[in-house]
Every structure is written in C-alpha cells, then in structure tokens.
Design a protein around this ligand. Structure first.
Ligand code: 13P
Ligand code: SF4
Length: 342
C-alpha cells in the first residue's frame, strides 16, 4: 500500500470544544464529506458522525456514499476498505497509526505461504487485515456476515480462516464446520478476565453477559449472547434484561446507553488493572485529529490500482453474498480459482 502522507498532525489545536465541533461540521459541508465512525470511537467523535456502524455496515456505507470525501473515524483497515470500495473518493483517516493487532498478526508474505501450503483450501478472511492480505483471499467476511457466508459454502470445499482464531473457533462451533485456523488474536478481546466476569455476575445476577466473537472461548462459553458490535447493540435494545456485562471494546456503551437510557451497562474488566479493554488503535483518533485531517485533507489513504482491484474481488463477494437480492453462490464460487498458486 502506498501512503503519500505519513506525518502525524500536531496534537494541539487552539479551539474550544464547541468551536472544534462547529469547525468539523463546517468543513464537512465545505468538503462535501461524510464522517463514518466505528462504535469503538470516543463518544464525542460518534456524536459528530453521519453514520456509526459495525465493519459490514461501514463498508456498505463507504460503497454507497455520494459524498466527495470519506472521513473514516476508525482504524486503518477500515479506511483502506473504504478506498477499495470507493476509489474515486478521497478517504481520510485522522491518524495513520490507527492499526489493528489482528491485521498485524497476518503479514502478507506469511499469509501467501500459508495459502501455498494449503492450496486446495478456500480462504475465508476476516476484514481485519491489510489490503495485501485481502488481495490474497477468496472471500472477505466480517463478524456479522461470517456465519451466514460460511453456511453458504458447499461442504466439500475445505476452508481456511484468518486471521482471528477466536472468531474462527466460534464459527466452527456454531456451524459444525471444520476449518484451518490462522492463530491471530485481538489484543483487546483476549484481555477479558474470566474470574472478574464471574465475580461481576454474582454481584449483578440480573445482568446478561454479551460478548463479541473475538473473545476467548472461556468468555464465549459463559455468554448469554454473542454477536458483532451492531448485533450486541441491537440485543440490548430488544432483550428485556435491565443490565448487561459488555465483553467488547467499551466505546460501544455510548450507543447502548443512548438507545436504552434506563438500563445498566457494565464494561467487562480486563485481567490486569490497565485500561486494556480499550482499543489503543481506535483511541488514537481524537476530535482534534479529526478536525486537522479535514482542514489539511490528510492523512489520505492511497492505493495502487492493481492491488485495489485484487482486494476488491473478495470484498465484493462478501457484499454480494450478504445483499438482499438473491446471489447465486455456485456461480460466484466459480470465479474463485483453486488450487491457490499465489
Ligand atoms: P465489528 O465488525 O463487530 O464492528 O468488529 C470490528 C472489530 O474490529 C472488533 O474488534
Ligand atoms: Fe483490531 Fe481488536 Fe482494535 Fe478491533 S478491537 S480494531 S480487532 S485491535
């Protein structure tokens, strides 16, 4: 991936919080921009966004927007996905260092070798990966689309799943489908403490434990509900429980509290006393950096066109397989060339 701008913006902006908000909204109009934010962003950023969603919903929005500029308040692989889907738009990311431990766990050269070692396996790849890894994959999935897509795949096709082993294991459990699993993990979701959650449950017997499938198996085993960030939010709105222990990044609690003001949301605690249940990459984005990236129109996501086109094909398959119009899975699978030759 090419980046034209790698210089981090200065941290200080001489504007009061209200002025900062006004400036961001003014710049949004001036640039004809749309602000897309993931649920793990700080609440002040979520409140400025045009759309807040999970990875699948944000990809859809990025593909459909008629804005000239997409300001992506999320992490690098999400902004990169927006660029793959909307190459004619300017895609801005407030902090280029906003990465993802799962994406880091799958370097493209190792992933290519893994595929060469298992050439007959179709690669179902979690969207939390680089454009280079997407380009080496057959079908991209998100946490909200993975189960549905896996169930569509004929039983006789061997599948490898990368990079999140916890989501992979969860998918194996719910579908009964065996897969080869890449051993990546999310540094946030592997932190939750089974012991502390157990203690919280006895303190709040009325609370349901809800968990993202990136959590470790010991946490998922205890969960009353497992789902993507959007699915967790929806569950808290429809389930009658008065309280929830939330085993995912606590940024999402902002929307949960907004949607269900009378309910109690308790962030699941990490093993140590650190704040490591917060995603350090998501939290690199601040309102100041959001403002600066819009003012200066950088950092911008740029990408080599041949890489973009190779990464687009597996992403488009995900969008087609999860669209409401009926997609012929068999003919879509015919496009995938196996054995993998690199
Ligand atoms: P969602 O697709 O559920 O929003 O998850 C993205 C993510 O990075 C979770 O850690
Ligand atoms: Fe990546 Fe984990 Fe942060 Fe999600 S929470 S962006 S998987 S590091």
């Amino acid at each position: 991936m090419e980046q034209t701008e790698t210089i981090a913006p200065p941290a200080e902006v001489d504007l009061l919080p209200e002025e900062l908000n006004e400036e961001i909204l003014r710049l949004k109009k001036e640039l004809n921009a749309v602000i897309l934010a993931h649920y793990y962003q700080e609440s002040e950023i979520q409140d400025l966004a045009d759309f807040i969603g999970d990875s699948l919903e944000l990809s859809r929005k990025a593909a459909q927007t008629d804005a000239d500029v997409i300001v992506f308040a999320g992490v690098h692989f999400m902004a990169e996905t927006a660029k793959i889907l909307s190459p004619d738009k300017t895609v801005l990311l407030p902090d280029l260092e906003a990465g993802c431990s799962l994406a880091d766990s799958a370097p493209a050269d190792l992933f290519r070798q893994y595929r060469l070692d298992h050439p007959d396996h179709l690669s179902l790849t979690y969207i939390n990966c680089t454009a280079e890894v997407k380009a080496l994959s057959d079908i991209i999935v998100t946490s909200s689309s993975a189960e549905r897509i896996l169930r569509e795949l004929p039983e006789d096709i061997p599948v490898l799943f990368a990079p999140d082993r916890n989501l992979g294991r969860y998918l194996q459990r719910v579908t009964g489908r065996d897969m080869l699993l890449w051993q990546g993990t999310c540094l946030v979701h592997e932190q939750f403490s089974e012991r502390k959650i157990f203690a919280l449950r006895s303190e709040h017997p009325e609370a349901k434990l809800i968990a993202h499938p990136e959590c470790e198996e010991v946490i998922l085993d205890q969960a009353d509900f497992i789902g993507s960030t959007s699915a967790l939010l929806k569950f808290t709105q429809t389930d009658p429980s008065p309280a929830f222990i939330v085993a995912t990044e606590p940024g999402i609690i902002h929307q949960m509290e907004k949607a269900s003001p009378g309910k109690l949301f308790i962030p699941a605690p990490p093993d140590s006393t650190c704040a490591c249940n917060e995603c350090p990459y998501m939290k690199l984005n601040t309102r100041e950096k959001l403002y600066l990236c819009m003012r200066d129109r950088k950092p911008e996501i740029t990408m080599d066109e041949s890489l973009r086109l190779r990464a687009l094909a597996p992403l488009q398959r995900m969008l087609d397989l999860t669209s409401n119009s009926s997609t012929d899975t068999r003919s879509l699978l015919k496009e995938i060339r196996l054995p993998f030759t690199g």
